[in-house]
Each structure stands twice: as structure tokens, then as C-alpha cells.
Design a protein around this ligand. Structure first.
Ligand code: NAG
Ligand code: NAG
Length: 340
């Protein structure tokens, strides 16, 4: 019996040694080191850029490739900026080791003290925001049978409930993006917000809202039939600047996120949305444009051309035109980056 126990102990120690030997990156280290730098950074009150990204079911499709490109560009385009990047990753337990390994892969490209990594389990996050995002799901869901984990795509308008209450500003980015400029330049645009602005988003560059609004436009008459009214082309949620500090205090926000307001706006515009949070920002921009900072199209250069083959062959290019400097590519609908 005793030799049996000894055997077990020896075997356990051996196994641990083997694991340590073949897996020297010890994932926990990456996190705890990064976390210890939180405190160092907080002490020095260094500027911080708080970045939020959802990465669930990374094994599916091309998500890993996308996340790798996103992360690489985030660190490589840092430029001279010395702000700490606080990368908040909303993920699931099975994706997390993969996310860790990507961050480890590019470790030579960043100073560890300038990167903080914070993980959130998507289920914990959804529990916090469930009630708040319920109306968004009700009005703006693409298909009934979608995954529970896809609910994280409705999260952004309620991020202030998830983030620590001391966090004042956040940048929420889709995983299918690639930075061409430093995210610090984007973060500094918060200084350009007027006193009333809560969110910053770039225009939607496809005719999707032009399409969704056709009924409403018909009903309004000729004046609204052309795409000249570019305010009605909507917004894209691939990049969102969220002024959390103001959102927490805003009674306007609370009214706009309520099922009553959403329902009335949907009726007013005869609006059949399917793009989640983006539909909400778009309706808010129609009704309360003063709450949204209109970010340059160069900060969310969308590349999807799906609508070009779906009834908009002739006018697509006029919607998708962006003559601004490109700071970020958004390879939406699985479009390769860089563009051909
Ligand atoms: C994920 O891991 C955490 C910590 O180990 C655990 O508390 C949580 O229940 C796990 N979630 C799932 C869905 O397995
Ligand atoms: C933000 O404001 C600064 C200072 O007024 C100005 O130089 C800069 O061009 C503005 N940036 C944007 C994106 O409007």
C-alpha cells in the first residue's frame, strides 16, 4: 500500500515537472505580471487606454487569425505613446488559453509594463447586463437561434455596468480590425467631444440603413429618397468610443436604452434591424445626434462589399467612399485585410 502511495507521489511530481518543462510560458505568469503592472501604473497615474474586445468561440472559423492580426497591429502601431494599454478581453474558458498564446507570441513587440491584460468571463458579463440589453436583443436580433455567447455583441451600450466604476473612458473594438495608427491617437479624440457627447462612432459605409429605411423614405416622400441625407446612413459599431463617466450620470441615456424609447423609434422609422448594438446607436443618431461624436471614416474603414452584389452595384461606391487618412481597417463580413 505504501509503495503504491509513493508511486503516485513520484508520478505526480514527474507530471508537474514535465508540464513545466514543456510549457515554460506559464500562462498565469503573463497575467499576474501584467496585473502587477496595473498597480505600478496606477501609482504613477500614467495615462491609460482602456480597450475592450470580445473573443468567444475562438476555435470557430477564422477568429484566431483575426485576433492575432488585431493584437499585433495594436502593439506594433503604438508609436511613441507611453500610455498603458489595458486590454480587457471578454472570453470563454476554452478560448482563453488561445488568447494567452497569441499575446505570448508577440511578447517581443511590447514592453510588458505597458500592457495589462484583464479577462472577463462572458457569462459573468452577460449576467450583469442581461436586463439592460434585453430590449436591444428583442428589436435588433439577426436570427432567433443564435448562440447565447453572441449576446456579447449587444453589450457595448451597457459597458459602464461591467467596467470598474472608476473607469472613465473605454474604446470597444471588433476583433476583425487592424490598426494602421496608434490607438492613443483615437483615445485623445475624447478631448474633442462636446459636453453632451456620450459615444463616438464612425459612419456605416454600406447601404444597409439606406435599405432598411426604404419604407420610411417612401412614406416621407422624394426629399428623403436619395442618399444625400448621409446622417441617415447610420453608424458602424466596429469601433466605439464610450464615455463611461458621462453615461453613468446621464438620464438621457437611461431613457434611450429603455424598451419604450427603442420601441417608439423602431415604429417611427419602420425599422427592422438585425445588427445588434449598431442599430441602437444608429437610431440614437437619428433622434439625438448631439449625443454622438461622429468619428472619421478613417478610424473604421469598413471593407465589406456584400451589398455591391445585392442590389446596390451602381451606388455602392458612393456609400463606401472614404477619403480620410486610414487609421483602422475593419474587415467586416470576413473581408480580408489589407484590401486588394
Ligand atoms: C470558467 O473558469 C472559471 C474559473 O476557473 C470558473 O469559475 C467558471 O465556472 C468557468 N466557466 C465555465 C463555463 O466553465
Ligand atoms: C481635436 O482637437 C484638436 C485640438 O483642438 C485638433 O487639433 C484636432 O485636429 C482634433 N481632432 C479631430 C479628430 O477632430
Amino acid at each position: 500500500m505504501r509503495t503504491y502511495a509513493k508511486c503516485i507521489i513520484v508520478l505526480t511530481i514527474f507530471t508537474i515537472l514535465v508540464i513545466l518543462y514543456f510549457n515554460p510560458k506559464t500562462r498565469i505568469n503573463v497575467k499576474s505580471k501584467a496585473l502587477s503592472s496595473i498597480n505600478a501604473a496606477a501609482d504613477k497615474t500614467e495615462p491609460k487606454v482602456s480597450i475592450w474586445i470580445s473573443v468567444t468561440k475562438i476555435a470557430h472559423g477564422h477568429l484566431l487569425t483575426k485576433f492575432r492580426r488585431f493584437f499585433k497591429s495594436l502593439v506594433n502601431q503604438r508609436g511613441k505613446c507611453q500610455a498603458v494599454f489595458e486590454l480587457n478581453v471578454i472570453t470563454d474558458n476554452t478560448s482563453r488559453p488561445t488568447v494567452d498564446s497569441v499575446i505570448y507570441e508577440f511578447r517581443k513587440q511590447y514592453k510588458e509594463a505597458l500592457l495589462m491584460l484583464v479577462y472577463y468571463d462572458f457569462q459573468d458579463v452577460l449576467k450583469i447586463v442581461e436586463n439592460k440589453i434585453e430590449p436591444l436583443k428583442r428589436f435588433f436580433q439577426s436570427s432567433k437561434g443564435s448562440y447565447y455567447s453572441d449576446d456579447v455583441f449587444y453589450l457595448s451600450p451597457a459597458l459602464h455596468l461591467v467596467a470598474p466604476s472608476s473607469l472613465k473612458k473605454a474604446i470597444i473594438v471588433d476583433v476583425d480590425t487592424e490598426f494602421q495608427s496608434s490607438i492613443c491617437d483615437l483615445n485623445s479624440i475624447f478631448n474633442n467631444f462636446t459636453k453632451t457627447q456620450l459615444f463616438g462612432l464612425a459612419p456605416e459605409m454600406s447601404p444597409v440603413y439606406h435599405h432598411i429605411l426604404w419604407k420610411w423614405r417612401n412614406y416621407k416622400g422624394d426629399k428623403y429618397k436619395t442618399q444625400k441625407h448621409s446622417n441617415f446612413n447610420g453608424l458602424n459599431s466596429g469601433v466605439i468610443m464610450s464615455y463611461l463617466e458621462r453615461i453613468r450620470k446621464s438620464t438621457e441615456y437611461n431613457r434611450l436604452i429603455s424598451p419604450e424609447w427603442i420601441s417608439s423609434a423602431v415604429q417611427k422609422y419602420l425599422f427592422k434591424g438585425h445588427l445588434g448594438d449598431q442599430d441602437w446607436y444608429t437610431l440614437v443618431s437619428f433622434e439625438r445626434p448631439e449625443l454622438i461624436y461622429r468619428l472619421s471614416c478613417g478610424w473604421n474603414r469598413q471593407l465589406c462589399t456584400w451589398w455591391k452584389q445585392h442590389g446596390y452595384a451602381e451606388t455602392f461606391d458612393s456609400f463606401a467612399k472614404c477619403t480620410e487618412k486610414i487609421h483602422l481597417y475593419h474587415g467586416n463580413c470576413d473581408t480580408p485585410i489589407p484590401p486588394k
